[in-house]
Ligand binder design. Structure first.
Ligand code: IPM
Ligand code: MG
Length: 358
């Protein structure tokens, strides 16, 4: 197979973790005889510094013409005071919107040997394997009206939660399809006791479910879900939810697995898929060779599976990650006494070596 992959490392630890995943993808190409062409682009704060905007037109054009996008992270304290429209995060939102990436898949699985790295008790988290399906191009992130206006006596900040039937329908389908490849259970998370947009959400999900009677559907309010995720996370298979609820719940789900540095994601839609770790740019540890590259390498594995349909290759990468953890290698975020503490690039090297020997 021949494919072009846009590589947008971005800010902070993005610059350290993305090269580790590229290394792995290169090795996949060599071992399985695929020709991957990697084209780097500027994104986020790093793009602001270089050309003045977080998502330069060349980067958007590159992402659009590529078969897949590998992204690191965007943002950092340096750009926090910037006017809203010129912040690094706008790049991510712009890419999602422009590429039509409405479905964000965030799998949270516990690697058994990391049970002790979690802040939760082993018996609570053992065996968890869930998938958050987050709607990614709608809801309060994009709804109008929005903005900050002057009013008598001060200002008024407005964002609007909006969902249309069609937006709900297509994300519900993604969740039910995903459930068919898993344990066939979908929990739809909303706030239908308070929000009209959620009332519609629930109604449409129930409607779409009629075509998926082999999948079990249940509904949960988001506050309860936040609680259930730490009380009894094993009850979940697929969670489907709105943009903002999914943002929050996926960080929570990540911590079940020990570290947010472990969670990959795939954003899918009408164009090229975008693959990125769910964590951010982690400015506090950036440039120190400390970040965990596993979420990014696992995101590359998701790219192989979802965009290129190279399941064997994806499994080989995942196996190399598992093997590396079995051998006791740990970055600082998942380190526990007795394990072998390594930096970002060493972790990437060991996974690479395991892959090559696999
Ligand atoms: C995520 C992030 C982003 C989001 C930010 C960086 C815009 O938190 O991908 O979860 O809120 O979607
Ligand atoms: Mg988030």
């Amino acid at each position: 197979m021949d494919a072009t992959i846009a590589v947008l490392a971005g800010d902070g630890v993005g610059q350290e973790i993305v090269p580790q995943a590229v290394k792995l993808l290169q090795a996949v190409g060599e071992r399985f005889h695929h020709r991957f062409e990697f084209v780097a682009g500027d994104v986020g704060g790093q793009a602001i510094d270089k050309v003045g905007v977080p998502l330069p037109p060349e980067t958007l054009a590159l992402a659009t013409r590529s078969d897949a996008v590998l992204l690191g992270a965007v943002g950092g304290p340096k750009w926090e005071g910037f006017e809203y429209g010129r912040r690094p995060e706008r790049a991510l939102l712009g890419l999602r919107e422009q590429l039509g990436l409405f479905a964000n898949l965030r799998p949270a699985r516990l690697y058994p040997m990391l049970a002790d790295a979690s802040t939760l008790k082993r018996e609570v988290i053992e065996g968890i394997d869930l998938l958050v399906v987050r709607e990614l191009t709608g809801g309060i992130y994009f709804g109008k009206p929005k903005g900050i206006k002057k009013i008598a006596g001060g200002e008024k900040g407005v964002n609007t939660e909006v969902y249309t039937t069609e937006e709900i329908r297509r994300i519900a389908k993604v969740a039910f399809e995903a459930a068919r490849k898993r344990r066939r259970r979908v929990t739809s998370v909303d706030k239908a006791n308070v929000l009209e947009s959620s009332e519609l959400w629930r109604r449409v999900v129930i409607e779409v479910h009629k075509g998926y009677q082999d999948v079990e559907l249940s509904h949960m309010y988001v506050d309860n879900c936040a609680m259930q995720l730490i009380r009894n996370p094993r009850q979940f298979d697929v969670l489907v939810t709105t943009n903002m609820f999914g943002d929050i719940l996926s960080d929570e789900a990540a911590m079940l697995t020990g570290s947010i540095g472990m969670l990959p994601s795939a954003s899918l839609g009408t164009h090229a898929g975008l693959y990125e770790p769910i964590h951010g740019s982690a400015p506090d540890i950036a440039g120190k060779n400390m970040a965990n590259p596993i979420a990014t390498i696992a995101s590359a594995a998701m790219m192989l599976a979802y965009t290129f349909h190279l399941d064997k290759e994806a499994e080989a990468v995942e196996h190399a990650i598992l093997q590396t953890l079995e051998q006791g290698y740990r970055t600082k975020d998942i380190h526990s006494p007795g394990a072998r503490l390594v930096g970002t690039s060493e972790m990437g090297d060991v996974i690479l070596k395991n892959f090559q020997q696999g």
